[in-house]
Design a protein around this ligand. Structure first.
Ligand code: OXD
Ligand code: MN
Length: 591
């Protein structure tokens, strides 16, 4: 039964159903009964495996095809009308040609199977920063995941009313053929088409495709920002909560930082960390002139390997019910799940992520794929912020940038201004990870962690950041910081302990925001005095700390060459302000 009289929605759904050859159309209502029925169907068909319902109530396991385990950046396209609006960091595809090719793939692709229509809201339904999408799909896996990751159902259509302001998402599994896999965004049409994949980041269209690629373009036109950022709130002993948003590339610990548990000493003093989001922030100016952020998502699509009681007890707790696991190992002893880094006791009698028998004690193969995931409802998270559902968002006091950098980049530094902060974000680099296909461990420039997610020309995106700054009074602007948890020693071991101890670095930021501590001015920005980072209760020497806070001028001169080279790729779309920032950095290094 149709759930709306909105003509544009009906036209979209009916024309898609005709094209893909849908046998029937099922509208996703958001009701539990329908969800339970679809879950049953998916279990019966083998698409989902029901896990131990006593230990993991409501939890399911899914395995993707071996060739379909990560986002595919080389098959992801921004189909802007003008190639020049796509920019050098994206793949461009002429929209006319793209639509023609995609239509030829979509034609009859559902083979008479059901088309599920998912009305979803990114952000609380009807909220001032929220936006609506409709995704059609032939995958129950997508439906069940979207119900966790977004707000789904009839009330979304009620909120939309007669409006045409919704993003049109079309997904078809087809034959999961990697040669014909396309993830296409049409920013000027508010449209997304994803074919021949069934992996989360490619097919949960609310996430990367809408909430980042399409939304970043919408944000540029409407003066707001869609960012690849976690949002956390730190409650101080005086009960004041300071919110920060942090951008790190995929699989660099955003979920861990968002759910951080402070070290004992901090807990005893009354510090707490609350999670608003772990991946995406939508940011808009509020009526008081400050910037406010919401997490447009409703769940966490987190990387499973490495998640354990020590690294992220909150995330682990969040996965204990109503969670979908993808590509982890199945422990046949008790019908639960396992992944590398969960504990030191891998199951002997298990099935690996490929579906083969697996002995975790003897096998040299991995049980879980390095990019295996959990899809967990945000409400499950023990430290979810009381502001999570606040449609107006939380006021942001700091932007944090960071990546995996074994050398050169210090543990933390603060930018000099908004403009300098934009520069610092724009020069972010990181070693690549398993979250996307391709070589792992190569340093690449990933501005604001948005390289795979910016839906338009990255030079214009930098300009948008600069423009946003101009709309906020200086005393209301968030402060900008850069962190690097990933410095390594000669043997390649991480030097800084990370995880909960990152609170010590956040604490320095809190003091900088409050104007309670001074800092050392260096060519790249303000670095803490080694004595100003609290090391109480930690076996870590001041000398080592001083070492990872040091700014090595020679290394930075080399870095500056890389920055210049990267900037050249933007041609005349590089904002003059950023070229000036780069020159000023070089001047300071040469002094
Ligand atoms: C993610 C990613 O899944 O960035 O969040 O790949
Ligand atoms: Mn991400």
């Amino acid at each position: 039964m149709e759930m709306t009289t909105n003509k544009q929605v009906l036209d979209f759904v009916n024309s898609r159903a005709k094209l893909v050859g849908a046998g029937k159309i099922v509208w996703i209502t958001g009701e539990k009964e329908q969800y339970d029925q679809l879950t049953k169907e998916a279990i019966a068909s083998g698409e989902m495996i029901e896990l131990n319902q006593e230990l993991l109530p409501g939890c399911l396991l899914h395995r993707t095809k071996e060739n379909d385990v990560a986002r595919v950046e080389n098959r992801t396209f921004i189909c802007s009308r003008d190639e020049k609006d796509c920019g050098p960091t994206n793949n461009w595809w002429n929209p006319t040609e793209a639509y023609a090719k995609l239509d030829s793939i979509l034609e009859g692709a559902y083979k008479g199977n059901t088309m599920y229509v998912i009305p979803f809201s990114m952000g609380p339904v009807g909220g001032p920063i929220s936006k609506i999408g409709i995704e059609v799909t032939d995958s129950i896996y997508v439906v069940l995941n979207m119900r966790i990751m977004t707000r789904v159902g009839k009330d979304v259509l009620d909120a939309l009313g007669d409006s045409n302001d919704f993003v049109r998402g079309t997904h078809a599994k087809c034959d999961v053929d990697p040669e014909n896999r396309y993830i296409c965004q049409f920013p000027e049409d508010n449209a997304i088409v994803s074919v021949n994949s069934a992996y989360g980041g490619n097919v949960l269209l609310g996430k990367k495709c809408f909430a980042l690629r399409i939304a970043s373009y919408q944000g540029k036109n409407e003066m707001w920002m869609a960012e690849h950022m976690l949002i956390l709130g730190i409650e101080k002993p005086n009960k004041e909560i300071v919110y920060m948003a942090a951008a790190f590339p995929s699989a660099c610990g955003k979920t861990n930082l968002a759910m951080l548990i402070p070290p004992q000493g901090y807990l005893a003093e009354g510090y707490r960390v609350f999670t608003v989001g772990d991946d995406i922030a939508w940011i808009k100016k509020g009526s008081d002139g400050r910037l406010y952020a919401i997490n447009p998502e409703n769940g966490f699509f987190g990387v499973a390997p490495g998640t354990n009681k020590k690294s992220n007890p909150n995330a682990l707790a969040a996965t204990m019910k109503n969670t979908i696991f993808t590509n982890v190992a199945l422990n046949l002893e008790n019908n639960t799940v396992w992944w590398e880094g969960l504990d030191k006791n891998p199951p002997v009698n298990a099935i690996d992520w490929k579906g083969n028998p697996w002995n975790g004690q003897t096998s040299t193969e991995k049980g879980a794929h390095p990019n295996s995931r959990f899809t967990a409802p945000a409400v499950n998270c023990p430290c979810i912020s009381s502001e999570f559902e606040n449609p107006a968002g939380v006021p942001i006091s700091a932007f944090i940038f960071g990546g995996r950098r074994p050398t050169t980049v210090p543990l933390v530094y603060q930018a000099r201004s908004w403009e300098n902060g934009v520069f610092v974000g724009s020069i972010m680099g990181s070693e690549t990870t398993a979250a996307a296909t391709g070589a792992v461990g190569v340093v690449r420039r990933d501005p604001m962690a948005m390289r795979p997610f910016c839906g338009y020309h990255m030079g214009d995106y930098f300009q948008h950041w600069l423009d946003m700054g101009k709309t906020v009074d200086v005393d209301k602007q968030p402060k900008f910081f850069n962190v690097n948890w990933f410095r390594t020693d000669a043997e390649g071991h991480f030097i800084w302990p990370g995880f909960g101890d990152n609170m010590r670095v956040l604490d320095w930021m809190l003091k900088r925001i409050a104007g309670e501590v001074d800092a050392v001015e260096t060519p790249i920005g303000f670095v803490p005095k080694a004595e100003d980072i609290n090391l109480e209760g930690l076996d870590f020497s001041r000398e080592t700390l001083a070492d990872i806070l040091k700014v090595d001028k020679d290394a930075w001169k080399k870095e500056a060459e890389g920055i210049k080279e990267f900037y050249e790729t933007f041609g005349d779309r590089l904002p003059a302000e950023l070229a000036k920032q780069a020159d000023e950095l070089i001047d300071r290094l040469n002094k």
